[in-house]
Design a protein around this ligand. Structure first.
Ligand code: F3S
Length: 393
């Protein structure tokens, strides 16, 4: 791979051991994927933040990097963790887990990483522009970044995103290149979609068909396909088919479909069947988890409107970015949700928190991504539906 003199110095260890190690990771990755050179990145998002997913080995790896003087060079933020740093006791997260989770977060803070743990950085001002190169890791954020913003990122792993943050570069392959961004599957949507659960179901349906073909959608109404809904669509496809980029006609900044692309149709019946397939429980949920991906302020307002004046029969978490929570606090939405018995939680992903250890076996969600992962990674029975439906079941 062709390296600039700056990159060569990094590899020679002239910027310290952590930078040298990180450059080695980036070069190894570039070689595997045939990258000819590296591109500078303007931001990085680090995955592997929950102690539940990285465990002792991950914590040790981070501690070693800190000891070797690792510091990030570009604005860097974290994927969600397994709990809210400030509210873990209210969430009833076990103290032993909390202790370890805080050590993980402290290690990242030592490296100069912003303590925003969120999968929706674009709601808190981190919005790379069309064509800008970044190194993001969380799959729904990657999809949003490539598709809705038209910026460019591969789906980074935890170590590669961290290496990119420490060096400020990433190998130039995959979604950084024009030719990898073309769509080879055309999805004609023949039924109106309204809610997050609808868009998430389309994502869950399209993901396995699309995989690395980059789907392009026609038939989505611009008024319905808001950023919140495109977020839900991308998250559903990321979970069901590892899709990292899609186009939507007249909506996304890029419309790049190859001639002779394969065509499929999504009907009213497909929507109903997919929603049913995600809904694996008739039993009432013990936890209602909203905010996968992390909720926008408008989505928190919607939940507040629905639960205003009610007393919920089950625990409710609305997961969001810390900065969005602060806005919800100011707007009064948090206190409405708390009065109903719920919590607005920052930093947290319901899929990587210790749900089972906390005794939850059945969780409700309106997210196609959470619907998949709560079942497969957290062994939860899943209640899937629109917010109205899941808060009253
Ligand atoms: Fe975010 Fe976790 Fe969902 S990282 S997209 S809340 S699975």
């Amino acid at each position: 791979m062709k390296l600039t003199s700056i990159q060569q110095k990094m590899l020679n260890g002239e910027n310290g051991e952590a930078v040298r190690q990180s450059m080695e990771i980036l070069i190894a990755l570039g070689k595997i994927y045939g990258a000819k050179d590296m591109v500078p990145v303007t931001s990085a998002q680090i995955a592997g933040v929950s102690y539940k997913t990285i465990g002792e080995a991950g914590l040790e790896y981070l501690s070693d990097l800190v000891k070797n003087g690792a510091k990030v060079r570009v604005p860097t933020f974290l994927n969600p963790a397994g709990m809210d740093r400030d509210q873990w006791q209210k969430m009833k997260v076990p103290a032993e887990f909390a202790k370890k989770q805080i050590l993980v977060l402290d290690a990242f803070a030592e490296m100069g990483i912003t303590m925003s743990c969120t999968c929706t950085p674009y709601y808190i001002g981190i919005r790379p522009k069309l064509g800008e190169h970044v190194a993001w890791a969380e799959s729904s954020a990657v999809s949003f970044c490539n598709s809705v913003l038209g910026a460019r990122t591969n789906r980074e792993g935890g170590p590669s995103a961290l290496a990119a943050a420490i060096c400020g570069f990433t190998p130039n392959y995959g979604y950084h290149l024009d030719e990898k961004r073309a769509c080879k599957l055309l999805v004609e949507v023949k039924t109106p979609l309204k809610t997050n659960a609808d868009f998430g179901a389309l994502g869950a349906w399209a993901g396995p068909l699309a995989k690395n073909k980059n789907p392009a959608f026609t038939g989505l109404a611009k008024t319905a396909a808001t950023e919140d809904k495109l977020k839900a669509l991308g998250a559903g496809m990321a979970a069901s088919g590892s899709v990292a980029l899609f186009n939507a006609k007249g909506i996304t900044p890029e419309w790049n479909v190859v001639e002779g692309a394969e065509k499929v149709v999504f009907t009213k019946e497909d929507l109903a069947a997919t929603r049913r397939s995600l809904d694996s429980s008739d039993a009432p949920p013990q936890l209602i988890a909203i905010g996968c991906p992390h909720a926008s302020l408008a989505e928190i307002e919607e939940v507040a409107d629905k639960v205003k004046g009610k007393k919920l029969a089950h625990m409710l978490w609305v997961c969001t970015a810390r900065e969005t929570k602060q806005k919800a606090d100011k707007a009064g939405y948090t206190s409405i949700i708390e009065a109903a018995g719920g919590l607005v939680v920052a930093d947290t992903c319901m899929v990587v928190c210790p749900l089972k250890e906390m005794g939850f076996t059945c969780t409700a969600t309106n997210s196609g991504k959470a619907g998949k992962y709560l079942a497969s990674m957290q062994q939860q029975k899943v209640v899937y539906g629109d917010i109205d439906d899941i808060i009253t079941r």
